[in-house]
Every structure is written in structure tokens, then in C-alpha cells.
Write a protein that binds this ligand. Structure first.
Ligand code: 4NP
Length: 155
């Protein structure tokens, strides 16, 4: 099983989602690999945003080794589940799909939370540190639910 987290730049939200989910799955001893990518290519090769590294660090998750890459259509073959952070990421990913099987792999990560009207992870790039705290809390809650599902053998 392989899970891909996707945002726009792959330097703020999806690196956090990757780090948080991988940490939770590892703690449960589950053999599931998590990766992340951006729909845009501006930051390819870069480390996560320093504010993302800092908020992860605050909660004991190290994402400083990650390097940004761009989402590729071959990711549809490579991954079983593809989580988009917001609706624009979702439509950008779906636009690259070649089959209904590809499309079925794509989900909004906050749909795991079942909270109405709050299903997009807000882009924290142009805001302050409080935006990163909010993003962390949303992703932590969603990744907790995903981990429970994986423990129960569900998708
Ligand atoms: P991310 O945030 O999609 O959560 O990584 C962004 C990072 C960079 C840009 C936009 C969003 N940008 O326009 O460069």
C-alpha cells in the first residue's frame, strides 16, 4: 500500500501530511509508504518551507529531509490512494487521469473528517505562523482517522 499527499507547491501542506501520516503509521508498525508531490513545479528540489519544518518539529515530526517534486501521471500507477489538500489540487490531479480507476484513487484529505463546509486545507503560504498551526491540527486529525482505517484494513 502506498499513499500520496498532493498540494500546490509541495513545500507546506503535503510535506506536513506526508510526515504526520508516516509517523503515525510507523508507530502502529504498518508497512505503508507515504510520499508527497505538488501540482506545480516552482519549488522542485527544495526543502519544505521553514515554517512547515518548525510546526512539524514542535510536534515531534521531522520533515526537514523531504524534497519537493511535481505530481506526475505515473503516480496513478504507483499509488493506491492520492489525497488532495483542496479542490483546486483535486481538479488539477483529475485532469491528468487516464481512466476511471485513476480518478477513483483521488480524494480530499479532509473528507476523512466528516466535517461539513470545512473540507479544504487552507493554503498557509502567504499567511503567518498561526496558519501553519491550523493546517497542522487539521492534518493531524485527518491522519489519525486514516491510520485507524489502515489498522482496520479499510480504505
Ligand atoms: P503548498 O503551499 O501548496 O501548501 O506547498 C504553497 C507553496 C508555494 C506556493 C503556493 C502554495 N507558490 O505559489 O509558490
Amino acid at each position: 500500500m502506498k499513499i500520496l499527499m498532493v498540494c500546490l507547491g509541495n513545500i507546506c501542506r503535503s510535506p506536513l501530511a506526508e510526515g504526520v501520516l508516516q509517523e503515525k503509521l510507523n508507530r502502529k508498525g504498518l508497512d505503508i509508504k507515504v510520499d508527497s508531490a505538488g501540482t506545480g513545479g516552482w519549488h522542485v528540489g527544495q526543502r519544505p518551507d521553514l515554517r512547515a519544518i518548525a510546526i512539524a518539529n514542535k510536534y515531534g515530526v521531522d520533515i526537514s529531509h523531504q524534497k519537493a517534486r511535481q505530481f506526475s501521471p505515473t503516480d496513478f500507477q504507483e499509488f493506491d490512494i492520492i489525497y488532495a489538500m483542496d479542490g483546486s489540487n483535486l481538479s488539477d490531479i483529475v485532469a491528468l487521469a487516464k481512466s476511471s480507476e485513476d480518478i477513483e484513487k483521488v480524494r480530499l484529505i479532509l473528507d476523512e473528517l466528516n466535517v461539513e463546509n470545512n473540507n479544504y486545507v487552507p493554503d498557509p503560504y502567504y499567511g503567518g505562523d498561526e496558519g501553519f498551526e491550523k493546517v497542522y491540527q487539521l492534518l493531524d486529525a485527518a491522519c489519525e482517522i486514516i491510520t485507524k482505517k489502515m489498522c482496520n484494513g479499510k480504505r
